[in-house]
Design a protein around this ligand. Structure first.
Ligand code: GSH
Length: 216
């Protein structure tokens, strides 16, 4: 049974690979799994057919036979536990890699999203001038901690894992802000992730979907 994921028909990121289907595509590519994509309009996201798969009307989802999953982290963990290439075999190393998956989504991504929200959605708010330095400071603290832990290593804990896949994906959202470049070790880490052939294939596939949507 071929796996099916959902993605935006017209991604608001302009094909930059920042929508979360790219993370799932990347995991599927790392595991060497073929997949199908169902592209959805913003309207279709909130219709009953999709809400039956995703209670919040978002992408991505994964369908594997009669199993439907939502939440990128849960989807990638599901794939990683069943297919080689995303988690180490050693039980302790595996548990640590899963910790990094949670850290990427629960500890590093929130301050990155805070910055995006402050920039994109609170641009005219009267308190923006006071809030922005606090948002940036909190983010810098988190990035400095992450950079300190990564040190000179290629990946967060030994070999590349789903923890790195999610951490690189989360950090990629920072590139337009210029903040990533303040931490050369993190910028190099992200570049290493992007250089992986599986990432390249995932990026190309989401870009092709975006371009096809533009051509319509
Ligand atoms: N925590 C969710 C977040 C999903 C999410 O925010 N998806 C965005 C695209 S990256 C979306 O569908 N946005 C449209 C909407 O919320 O209506 C996950 O990791 O899967």
């Amino acid at each position: 049974m071929i796996l099916t994921i959902t993605a935006f028909e017209h991604s608001p990121d302009g094909g930059r690979g920042l929508a979360r289907d790219t993370r799932v595509r990347w995991a599927l590519e790392e595991a060497g799994l073929p997949y199908r994509v169902r592209l959805l309009s913003f309207d279709a996201l909130k219709q009953p057919a999709h809400l039956a798969l995703h209670p919040f009307g978002q992408i991505p989802t994964l369908e594997d036979g009669d199993l439907a999953l939502f939440e990128t982290g849960a989807i990638i963990l599901y794939l990683a536990e069943r297919h080689a290439g995303l988690l180490p075999d050693d039980a302790h190393a595996r548990a640590r890699a899963i910790s990094w998956m949670f850290a990427a989504l629960n500890t590093v991504e929130p301050p990155i999203l805070d910055l995006a929200i402050a920039r994109l959605q609170e641009g005219d708010a009267p308190w923006r001038q006071q809030r922005m330095p606090l948002v940036i400071e909190r983010l810098r603290t988190r990035l400095a901690q992450l950079a300190a832990r990564l040190g000179a290593a290629d990946w967060l804990d030994g070999a590349f894992s789903a923890g790195d896949l999610l951490m690189v994906s989360v950090l990629l959202r920072l590139r337009p802000s210029g903040l990533l470049d303040e931490y050369p070790a993190l910028a190099a880490y992200v570049a290493r992730g992007e250089a992986r052939p599986a990432y390249q294939r995932a990026f190309a596939a989401q870009l092709a979907a975006f371009q096809a949507g533009q051509a319509e």
